[in-house]
Design a protein around this ligand. Structure first.
Ligand SMILES: [Fe+2]
Length: 279
């Protein structure tokens, strides 16, 4: 199987942002995504995974970026990122309700899985716990706010408002999917927006808890994510953790094509790193 990877497109019709190491070209993301799709269409891909943060700043940004996918031959599978809930309200920082965003992306659920041949693919929603998914007066949001404040008081390295985690129901679901894939003799690739490993300030809240769930099963080959735009890689107890670079940064594009066989071959385009992962 082969698939394409894009992440942190963060399209918005706003001026570029340059400060210190930041160099974000929000408007250019339309052209970069078009270029990535031209490359993807040259290959026989089973799907393209979008690892989240398709937009930035406001809900209306979806109306400009989503039509670009119409030129893609392969289906696109969306993972939700923190910026996908940006309402445009920069003052009150209100967040968009989950259903509004999943409906816009054509998702029946905020997390889901798909199986094909020897593989199961799990698309997680790492925004559930925290202050990312709105509305801001919902029970879930207020609970997330309490959780985040407690982590901040304890000076936990990744206690940031743009980081989130999985709710208990999603964790139980994850365990079930991993177990059934194990019984079916399938290898698993887990996708999420936030990173888990190596240690980084952009990591998901409660990363060890989620890593433990993955390590409890022998069939997890790779965890793939975006969010940390610089990219990263680590291996822990046989599981590879790959962070893909953000498309929005700099004038140069960034995306990848992954080939699954006895090894996992990642071909990076533009700023993305190429890697071969032993499984
Ligand atoms: Fe993000």
């Amino acid at each position: 199987m082969n698939f394409g990877v894009i992440t942190d497109t963060q399209y918005a019709d706003i001026p570029d942002f340059k400060l210190d190491k930041h160099d974000r070209r929000y408007r250019l993301s339309i052209k970069k995504l078009q270029e990535a799709i031209i490359e993807f269409n040259k290959h026989e891909l089973d799907f393209v995974i979008n690892l989240g943060d398709l937009i930035d700043q406001k809900f209306e940004s979806f109306d400009d970026i989503l039509p670009v996918f119409k030129n893609l031959k392969a289906p696109v599978w969306h993972v939700l990122g923190n910026h996908d809930f940006d309402s445009g309200d920069r003052e009150l920082h209100t967040r968009l309700p989950l259903k509004l965003v999943t409906d816009k992306l054509g998702l029946n659920s905020n997390y889901y899985s798909k199986s094909s041949g020897d593989w199961t693919f799990i698309m997680l929603d790492s925004n559930e716990v925290g202050v990312i998914e709105g509305p801001n007066d919902s029970k879930e949001f207020l609970y997330g706010e309490r959780v985040l404040n407690k982590l901040k008081e304890e000076n936990i390295y990744n206690s940031k408002p743009w980081n989130g985690s999985l709710g208990e129901k999603q964790i139980s679901w994850l365990k079930e999917v991993l177990s059934s894939a194990e019984k079916a003799g399938q290898q698993v690739i887990v996708f999420a927006h936030h990173s888990l490993y190596p240690k980084h300030r952009e990591n998901m809240l409660f990363p060890k808890k989620i890593i433990n769930e993955l390590e409890n099963h022998k069939n997890v080959a790779v965890f793939m994510n975006g969010h940390n735009h610089n990219g990263d890689y680590g291996i822990k107890n046989g599981i590879h953790f790959v962070t893909f670079r953000g498309m929005v940064d700099t004038a140069k594009n960034s995306f990848a094509i992954v080939e699954l066989s006895k090894k996992i071959k990642i071909s990076g385009f533009g700023r993305e790193t190429s890697r071969v992962l032993e499984i």
